[in-house]
Design a protein around this ligand. Structure first.
Ligand code: SF4
Ligand code: SF4
Length: 486
């Protein structure tokens, strides 16, 4: 007897039919009769072996038993302070993000600090001072020193975030020196990271960061026209020329260090796009600039959460058509076994972000929380006043402690329970193992967390589309993106 604790999710390609099982995250091919049978299943249905046999579904039964399909009973956890304390002790804090300033020399039109975003904070001249940074680092290190006996692979990861973090360059250097002087003997691996608009980069800064084990991410939105459309200075001047020049300098320095066999982490480029971004143009641009193309790290859509941004970018139909055509063409190209050799990194990253990433949201899937993180533990963001936040992206209404008193397990547990209470419908959802819902997506102005009406519908449509496209590509090019699948 098989009791279905989760509903099968069916999808089709041009050549076949498939079923995704949320409990194991396994996809199996199914034939027409198996598809018909599975499409009638509702959560809680019990089917006897004889019924499978009667309907000639022995093979399906065999697969269900062999892979233990449809068996996970998802329970929303009830979080206690004790749970938080144990996690902090046994896992340590994975990443410390220092928000070293709220100031920025840019006014990118899609910035989350802009007025387009309802709940986020605005730009200010606040800068973190060394005493605050030092207290945050000491707290982070002391937690992790206690945790290392339970989690021996724990490494130290400190990120600098803004505003534009290079505005507070003096502090960044102080933090690096202080951390290395005081904690290098305890932790072999200390990594630094920074996300910068690159405007204030100089030869000295670049050299310093490469030599100190920094992973550097630079925002560049493609060609001059597209970049300057959104990424402008406070005086609304385009920034492309200077960013491009600084990137070229960084590339020279990077190559020279590699040539001299110096240990250096590769730098990356982050691209943000909105509805007006012309993918074909960007693809052409990166084809002509392979040195930039190979550095593309991520391609992100301008956030559509809690914003009026998209009201300001009204679309002409022709843009939508062009975007659709590009994606359609990209999917067709991906079916060619030579795709990975021929395509730009830009195209491959777009494909991964729209097709593969939604299906791969397994970052935290091995813990009880499925898609979301443990606030303050998987990441601890510290603002210039020394307040702790669960993420650099969340609005300031959800602090989880501060440098004086440390993480506050009561608050952490309360936020998590409040978040889970907004998710009552997730228990029976056959996507709850890959859903990317998180605190930031459900934030309000401090009135708890709310699941917006459209989220589930859009997520479901997107996932079914992703599965179907992915398997269409795999049918033709089974080796594609082997590295992510592994
Ligand atoms: S550089 Fe970053 S922080 Fe500054 S305006 Fe642009 S997106 Fe915002
Ligand atoms: S799609 Fe909606 S119901 Fe399903 S797990 Fe995600 S948030 Fe919950």
């Amino acid at each position: 007897m098989i009791k279905f604790l989760t509903e099968p999710l069916l999808f089709d390609t041009e050549k076949g039919n498939y079923c995704y099982d949320n409990s194991t995250r396994i996809v199996i091919p199914v034939n027409k009769s198996e598809k018909n049978f599975l499409s009638a299943i509702k959560i809680g249905d019990t089917i006897h072996e004889e019924d499978f046999q009667k309907n000639n579904l022995n093979e399906l039964l065999h697969k269900i038993v062999k892979y233990n399909l449809f068996q996970s009973d998802f329970q929303l956890p009830k979080i206690t302070e004790q749970f938080i304390k144990e996690k902090l002790l046994t896992e340590g804090i994975s990443h410390l993000c220092l928000i070293v300033t709220d100031a920025c020399n840019f006014r990118c039109k899609y910035c989350i600090y802009s007025d387009h975003y309802f709940y986020s904070k605005n730009f200010s001249n606040k800068r973190m001072d060394f005493q605050t940074a030092k207290s945050a680092i000491d707290y982070y290190m002391n937690v992790n020193i206690k945790s290392i006996q339970y989690n021996p692979n724990l490494s130290i990861s400190i990120g600098f975030y803004g505003g534009e973090p290079l505005i507070n360059w003096k502090l960044i250097k102080q933090v690096v020196e202080y951390t290395n002087d005081n904690y290098k003997k305890v932790f072999d691996n200390i990594f630094f990271s920074i996300t910068t608009n690159a405007y204030l980069l100089t030869e000295d800064k670049i050299n310093y960061m490469f030599d100190k084990n920094f992973s550097i991410s630079v925002s560049l939105d493609g060609d001059k026209e597209n970049h300057d459309r959104n990424r402008v200075t406070i005086n609304e001047k385009g920034t492309f020329d200077r960013v491009f020049k600084n990137l070229a300098l960084m590339d020279d320095i990077y190559r020279e260090k590699v040539r001299l066999n110096k240990p250096v982490l590769p730098y990356g480029i982050l691209i943000t796009y909105d509805n007006l971004t012309d993918f074909s143009k960007l693809d052409k641009y990166f084809m002509e600039h392979p040195e930039l193309d190979k550095r593309i790290q991520r391609v992100n859509r301008v956030s559509n959460i809690n914003t009026e941004y998209y009201k300001g970018v009204q679309l002409e139909q022709s843009y939508l058509e062009r975007r659709k055509d590009f994606i359609k063409g990209l999917i067709e190209r991906a079916k060619d076994k030579q795709f990975e050799k021929k395509a730009t990194n830009f195209s491959k990253t777009i494909l991964k972000s729209i097709i593969f990433d939604p299906m791969m949201n397994t970052a935290y899937s091995n813990n009880e929380l499925r898609g979301t993180c443990l606030p303050g533990i998987h990441k601890l963001a510290v603002d210039s006043d020394g307040n702790f936040h669960m993420c650099e992206k969340i609005n300031p209404h959800y602090p989880v402690g501060n440098i004086e008193t440390g993480l506050d397990p009561t608050k952490q547990a309360n936020y998590m329970n409040n978040f889970f209470s907004a998710l009552a419908g997730c228990k029976n959802c056959n996507l709850n193992n890959i859903c990317n819902l998180c605190y930031v997506i459900t934030e309000t102005d401090g009135q708890g967390f709310q699941l917006k009406d459209t989220f589930c519908k859009n997520f479901r449509e997107g996932i079914i589309n992703s599965f179907s496209t992915y398997y269409s590509i795999l049918e033709n090019n089974p080796g594609i993106f082997q590295e992510i699948r592994e």
